[in-house]
Design a binder for this molecule. Structure first.
Ligand SMILES: NC(=O)c1ccc[n+]([C@@H]2O[C@H](COP(=O)([O-])OP(=O)(O)OC[C@H]3O[C@@H](n4cnc5c(N)ncnc54)[C@H](O)[C@@H]3O)[C@@H](O)[C@H]2O)c1
Length: 428
């Protein structure tokens, strides 16, 4: 009906007659008039922009009223669409706007998802229904709706998106940013704190998965599975070139750097292998805790020079950026196995590739990289002595469900006036 009404009025209209009527609804003098087709295209654009909101007709109309057009020369100062509403009498617009905005105020609370990695948000919606919140997944950051959405959002879920101070500054109504995951290095926590926004994370949803993934990478490297797999696939089966021979793990020393959730979980699993010694370095954890768990607390440099297998479980901070660089690699044993399931930039990747090529590093199992996704022409891709996975250490059906539920609980609690489940900052 709305479309028919629009078409009727516009197609009858003289395209150059736009300058009559309420001036605020029209382009300023000097801009070319819009023809009926342009108006129609812009109207369709609004419909597309607010496509998700078609479930919520009041919200859709609200967006019609408030969405400026990107690229429209007069739209930046004007809050609603001149082309569409130039065909509707101003009195009617005022009446509709008043009625609809009144209903929207009583409507749902907006929660944004900055980057879509899950496709569906049933768990989050179930948790957040208690506070009448609705989830909007940002598909296009260039969309002209973004300033409005950022301003209205009361909560934000974020995955790997770079939530920098520029964006945080626009979150005028936001009370909490909930990071889907353990690390929160992609969120400018200082900027959020300054704005009075809680930042929360989910530190314990995948302890089991990350420990299992680290062990899988370690065992694949130690048993050189990629080379044996290649041998089977190529039909070589050890004929011709002799198969590479690996070492017995029980005679080896394991080194764990970082003894938080992931480090502890991994140590528990690694105990079953029967390593000769398990060395642990974490200057922020009581040595007693490490000993109780079956590890031996040692300084960083001692661990580097003694470990045959080295697993990284530190967060990415200013201190841990390039924690493993050329100097550290030189201190390691020849043929060391290095596993990184923490964060890519903890390793200086260029120095690391040189180490892999020279044989100083025997094998590497990597789930995380300096730049993700790893590009096809990255030198790491050419190293045969690696097992690479696409940042999936956290992943299982159960961990995903726990992650989504707990991330939503972080937001729920703040919207109810409480502290988040797992706060990172203290903005109050
Ligand atoms: N690959 C994945 O899918 C995946 C999944 C979960 C966690 N992670 C990453 O793994 C890392 C560790 O996770 P976690 O759950 O154990 O975090 P955590 O915060 O529980 O533990 C980190 C530990 O590192 C220690 N640490 C900090 N700086 C250190 C340093 N310079 N030297 C030694 N120890 C140091 C801390 O004291 C803490 O005990 C995080 O970066 C997280 O983002 C990745």
């Amino acid at each position: 009906m709305l479309l028919l009404f629009f078409l009727r009025r516009n197609l009858r209209r003289n395209p150059s007659g736009h300058s009559k009527g309420n001036k605020s609804l029209f382009p300023p003098a000097g801009y070319p008039p819009l023809c009926a087709l342009q108006r129609l295209l812009r109207f369709i654009k609004i419909l597309q922009i607010s496509g998700k909101y078609c479930k919520y007709p009041f919200k859709a109309v609200k967006l019609f009223l408030r969405t400026p057009f990107s690229g429209s020369p007069w739209s930046s100062s004007q809050r609603f669409c001149p082309c569409f509403f130039s065909s509707v009498p101003p009195v009617l617009i005022r009446k509709v706007k008043k009625a609809l905005l009144g209903r929207v105020v009583m409507g749902k609370r907006l929660i944004l998802v900055t980057d879509d990695r899950f496709g569906s948000y049933a768990e989050e919606e179930a948790v957040l229904s208690e506070v009448n919140a609705e989830i909007h997944v940002v598909k296009n950051w260039e969309s002209c709706c973004m300033p409005d959405l950022l301003r209205q959002a009361e909560g934000v879920f974020t995955n790997l998106f770079n939530l920098n101070s520029q964006i945080i500054r626009q979150l005028e109504n936001c009370k909490v940013i909930s990071r889907y995951g353990v690390g929160y290095d992609n969120v400018d926590v200082e900027a959020a704190t300054r704005k009075g926004i809680w930042v929360a994370r989910v530190p314990d949803y995948c302890v089991e998965e990350i420990a299992t993934h680290t062990l899988s990478l370690l065992l694949s490297c130690a048993r050189q599975l990629p080379l044996y797999r290649k041998s089977v696939r190529e039909g070589a089966w050890g004929k011709g070139e002799p198969l590479p021979v690996c070492d017995r793990l029980q005679e080896k020393v394991l080194g764990i750097i970082g003894f938080g959730h992931a480090g502890k979980g991994f140590l528990k699993k690694a105990m079953s292998i029967g390593f000769r010694k398990i060395l642990v370095n974490d200057p922020y954890v009581d040595e007693e805790q490490i000993v109780e768990a079956g590890g031996i607390p040692v300084p960083f440099t001692e661990l580097l020079s003694e470990a045959d297998c080295l697993c990284l479980h530190v967060p990415l901070t200013r201190d841990t950026y390039h924690l493993i660089s050329e100097n550290e690699i030189n201190r390691m044993k020849n043929g060391v196995i290095v596993i990184n399931t923490s964060r890519g930039p903890v390793i200086d990747q260029a120095a690391f590739v040189s180490g892999l090529n020279s044989g100083k590093i025997g094998w590497a199992g990597l789930d995380v990289f300096e730049k993700e996704p790893l590009s096809a022409d990255d030198p790491l891709m050419q190293c045969p002595n690696t097992v690479l996975t696409p940042h999936v250490g956290y992943l299982s059906r159960q961990s995903l469900s726990e992650l989504k539920t707990k991330a939503a609980q972080n937001i729920l609690r703040v919207l109810k006036g409480e502290r988040p489940l797992y706060p990172v900052n203290s903005p109050l």
